[in-house]
Design a protein around this ligand. Structure first.
Ligand code: SF4
Ligand code: SF4
Ligand code: FES
Length: 535
């Protein structure tokens, strides 16, 4: 496509034909034009008019979001006319706005507030009484609508038309009485409703989950990756004093664009769950980390010395780094390992819908497979060997998933045949009674690491909060144990070192190194992943 050259605020820019003025200003000059109805993931509506700019030789101001750049165009975004036009638009928008910022959850990240300060229309000319509308319209299960705060940008309507294609919302009535209305009983349960409160530029759509939980300026945001399925959507984890308050979508054009599913968005509650494990246990009694780890290595060393059988059961919830250190332990013990506690391996590519969700509810099945955990004998076979008295030590890396997948009773049936059982867990679960030693594990939000998603994209996630109590990353516990077999393994407690060690031993990872993983993730072994299946 041909390029066009134009001038924006005195600066010459060249962009592909078809680019709008708003996009050109952002792409080439890093300049953010005010916008409400424009969203890069939705069609262009051009209805809010807050992006007005002046173009020489055009009789009227034009909307930057819907006007395409033309050869030789001369655009002014900061001229007196442009500013006056945007100020007038804002004044009209605020005519009926309730101005209840002090009690509005959007305050601090509201585009009405932001543009009031930058676009400025500090003297209100309106003398008529405001039109009042409904303040609390439940749109269950995740949203509450305040019709007075709505600026009718139609982002929410277009999201339901274009992304979920479920059409729950529309703009009803006319003129100043226009308002957002939901079909039927108002339920918006399309699996992606949480995106509505995220894209609403004002406080009209707020989240039932986050309402009144925290002022946004007290939150700290950290980059992360959702562990809810094999898609690996990019997220922001927002915490307030070490407690995770919400997840938001982090744009990644190659993975999730601007969206998250509801299951992933609200799945953070397990991080703050009241039944999180905070201390280690030895023989069902709370113990210090030192005592617990001492017990583990003493027992494992004895079993290794007499060449007793060792089996490890991993999980696709674990990061690549944690799995790598687990693999080291299995090697030191001369044992076997597997991670197939459920049928995730057969579902990694299977889509639940045409947007984001996949049937494999683990973030790192591809990583576990690449690290060789899918080449083991299988969990059923491990427990059968245990029943035959061939397993002296069993190490379960993720007791939460092991229990949820229904293995606890099967292990109970053979438990007396196994000399020593260690389990890591983030929360209380029925399996823990079967362990000699339980080590409290950090969640993904409490550690650094990488997951490899369904298509073989290695993505970094960052520690957002300190681990609860004595919890540690699985890899950190394991590195301490491995160091008893080889002192150099102590370094593997650091995810960067573990990742670089994985990469150097895994041909599919090529030359990838921790510090080189790009923001959009690194696609490895392209073509290795089977073709997508819609299930
Ligand atoms: S509710 Fe929010 S997203 Fe929907 S039209 Fe109103 S302001 Fe726009
Ligand atoms: S689609 Fe999967 S990875 Fe994305 S938000 Fe939902 S559960 Fe998380
Ligand atoms: S952002 Fe351009 S008209 Fe709304």
């Amino acid at each position: 496509m041909a390029d066009v050259t134009l001038t924006i605020d005195g600066q010459s820019v060249t962009v592909p034909q078809g680019t709008t003025i708003l996009q050109a200003a952002k792409m080439r000059l890093g300049m953010e034009l005010p916008h409400y109805c424009y969203h890069p993931g939705l069609s262009i509506a051009g209805n809010c008019r807050i992006c007005l700019v002046e173009v020489e030789k055009m009789p009227k101001l034009v909307t930057g979001c819907s006007t395409q750049c033309g050869e030789g165009m001369v655009v002014h975004t900061q001229s007196a006319r442009a500013k006056e036009g945007r100020g007038g638009v804002l004044e009209i928008m605020l005519t009926n706005h309730p101005l209840d910022c002090p009690i509005c959850d959007q305050a601090g990240e509201c585009k009405l507030q932001d543009y009031y300060m930058t676009v400025g229309m500090h003297d209100n000319h309106v003398v008529f009484p405001k039109v009042h509308k409904k303040k609390i319209v439940p749109l269950p299960p995740h949203i509450v609508l305040d019709q007075e705060r709505c600026i009718l940008c139609s982002r929410c309507v277009r999201f339901c038309q274009e992304i979920t294609k479920t059409n729950e919302l529309t703009i009803a009535m006319r003129g100043t009485h226009s308002e957002i209305e939901a079909a039927g009983d108002g339920t918006i349960d399309n699996g992606y409703a949480g995106n509505l409160h995220e894209i609403c530029p004002v406080g009209a759509l707020t989240s039932t989950d986050f309402r009144f939980q925290a002022r946004v300026w007290w939150l700290k945001s950290h980059k992360s990756v959702c562990p809810g399925c094999s898609t690996g959507c990019n997220t922001w984890v927002d915490d307030r004093r070490g407690e995770v308050k919400r997840l938001r979508a982090r744009e990644n054009a190659s993975v999730n664009q601007w969206w998250l599913c509801d299951e992933g968005r609200y799945g953070y509650k397990s991080i703050n769950a009241p039944d999180r494990l905070k201390t280690a246990r030895v023989k069902k009694t709370d113990a210090t980390s030192g005592t617990a780890i001492g017990e583990v290595w003493a027992r494992l060393k004895t079993i290794a010395a007499k060449k007793g059988g060792f089996a490890g059961i991993a999980s696709a919830q674990a990061s690549n780094e944690d799995l790598f250190v687990f693999r080291r332990l299995v090697a030191h013990m001369g044992g076997v390992a597997d991670f197939r506690i459920d049928d995730s391996l057969t579902k990694t590519q299977t889509r639940v819908d045409e947007i984001l969700r996949r049937a494999d509810k683990n973030p790192n099945t591809t990583g576990a497979k690449l690290l060789g955990f899918g080449d083991g004998p299988g969990v059923e076979a491990i427990l059968k060997s245990a029943a035959e008295g061939k397993i002296s030590a069993l190490y379960v890396l993720d007791a939460d998933r092991f229990d949820a997948a229904g293995w606890t009773d099967k292990l109970r049936a053979v438990r007396t045949k196994i000399e020593f059982v260690v389990m890591h867990a983030t929360r209380e679960c029925g399996a823990l009674d079967l362990a000699d030693v339980v080590l409290p594990a950090a969640t993904y939000a409490e550690k650094d690491g990488t997951f490899t998603n369904y298509e073989g994209r290695v993505q970094r996630f960052w520690r957002a909060i300190r681990p609860i109590g004595d919890a540690r990353a699985d890899g950190a516990w394991l590195a301490t144990i491995c160091a008893e077999f080889d002192a150099a393994d102590a370094a593997l407690a650091k995810p960067a070192a573990a990742f670089n060690a994985v990469a150097s031993e895994t041909p599919a990872l090529g030359d990838l190194r921790w510090e080189m993983i790009p923001a959009e993730g690194a696609l490895i072994a392209p073509g290795a992943a089977p073709k997508d299946k819609v299930g």
